[in-house]
Write a protein that binds this ligand. Structure first.
Ligand SMILES: NC(=O)c1ccc[n+]([C@@H]2O[C@H](COP(=O)([O-])OP(=O)(O)OC[C@H]3O[C@@H](n4cnc5c(N)ncnc54)[C@H](OP(=O)(O)O)[C@@H]3O)[C@@H](O)[C@H]2O)c1
Length: 332
């Protein structure tokens, strides 16, 4: 059985989560780390027993022994890092948001097709056992038609204009980093909306510190959501069906329990067994797909990632948030 050599680009928060998760992923070995700085890469390599440490992303992409690259850099680099790795024949798992806008995402997908490599957006929640169970329950009609969905994700992050969530060059703002999760849940359970409306509180660094957005569906169904980088919100999600409700515990986008409240008031726990820190599941899906010779995952397809980014673009048009260097970028 083949062992896949993983490389990680970036050495920040999420890179570390994946380094902790990979030992639980079948046929996987964390082989290389790439940083803008060799010292940082070497420190990371020492901490996680990684064989190769590179002081640039290009060097990692050029290493012929790297099979898969996990892109763990800020949003502004997702497009160029993905193109770099695909161009060097690597399979790519790229953090959410897949890129800044629909044109960048389509450019990445075109490159994956051209190079015949696997490409997937690392929206880890999609692969968590409880979320998979909830999706199954909704698809089986266990709560009937969805009448209303509400979900939020806000964290009160101490103000620092250089922090990637406040900095416009690093594509700061709540929507693309946190709001993407509630939006993902709505699109997963309800599909493409008929209407999109949004309001934002744009802060002094020019990005959305608060954002609220509502999707309209068939009949009277609504998905009502908000995100924030200046308010610690409840981080809950509830799906109200005509025959019952599904309520996730706080920090709903993580591996946390949920419950099914039936129409006659019974509460049934939804508590699928989960192992590791949760990031192992998206990586395991990638290995499953590669073993089957696939270039995309049916669970997080290119079509779904396009729906997600197109909806984010539509929300950004509503709130008037433009990211120079990306929204005016010419994709060849
Ligand atoms: N799935 C999740 O649960 C989850 C959670 C958090 C974040 N994320 C996603 O992961 C990505 C990275 O987030 P993070 O929280 O890990 O960020 P972070 O802690 O700031 O780390 C980002 C890393 O990217 C590299 N980098 C390259 N250019 C940079 C620049 N101009 N400024 C800062 N860092 C730069 C740095 O590594 P080197 O200096 O070593 O090159 C840095 O350590 C984001 O796209 C975010 O949406 C996902």
């Amino acid at each position: 059985m083949k062992t896949y050599n993983w490389g990680i680009l970036g050495t920040g928060f999420i890179a570390r989560k994946m380094a902790e998760a990979l030992p639980l992923v079948p046929q996987s070995r964390l082989y290389a780390i790439g940083s803008r700085n060799l010292h940082t890469a070497s420190e990371f390599a020492g901490q996680y027993a990684v064989e190769k440490a590179y002081g640039s992303y290009e060097e990692l992409a050029r290493d012929p022994d790297v099979d898969i690259v996990y892109i763990a850099t800020p949003h502004n680099l997702h497009y160029e890092n993905t193109i770099l790795c695909l161009s060097h024949g690597k399979h790519v798992l790229c953090e959410k948001p897949f890129a800044v806008n629909g044109r960048e995402v389509r450019g990445m997908i075109e490159k994956a097709k051209e190079t015949d490599r696997f490409l997937m957006e690392a929206l880890w929640t999609r692969f968590l056992p409880n979320l998979i169970k909830v999706k199954e329950m909704v698809d089986e009609g266990r709560i009937g038609r969805i009448n209303l969905l509400k979900a939020d994700f806000g964290i009160n992050i101490p103000f620092n204009p250089g922090h990637r969530l406040y900095n416009k060059q690093l594509i700061g703002g709540s929507l693309l980093d946190l709001g993407i999760y509630p939006l993902f849940l709505s699109l997963l359970l309800l599909g493409k909306p008929k209407t999109i409306s949004a309001r934002a509180g744009i802060g002094e660094t020019g990005v959305d510190y608060n954002c609220s957005f509502t999707l309209g569906y068939e009949k009277e169904t609504l998905a009502v959501m908000y995100s924030s980088v200046v308010a610690q919100t409840d981080i809950t999600a509830s799906v109200y069906g005509e025959n019952g409700t599904i309520v996730f515990d706080n920090w709903w986008y993580m591996p946390v329990p949920a419950k099914h409240i039936t129409q006659d008031g019974k509460t049934i726990p939804i508590h699928e067994k989960s192992v590791g820190n949760g990031y192992n599941y998206e990586a395991a899906e990638m290995i499953r797909c590669l073993e089957k010779g696939k270039t995309q995952s049916e669970m997080m397809s290119w079509e779904f990632s396009i729906l997600l980014i197109d909806t984010l673009d539509a929300i950004r048009r509503e709130i008037g948030l433009v990211y120079p260097g990306h929204d005016d970028r010419v994709i060849k």
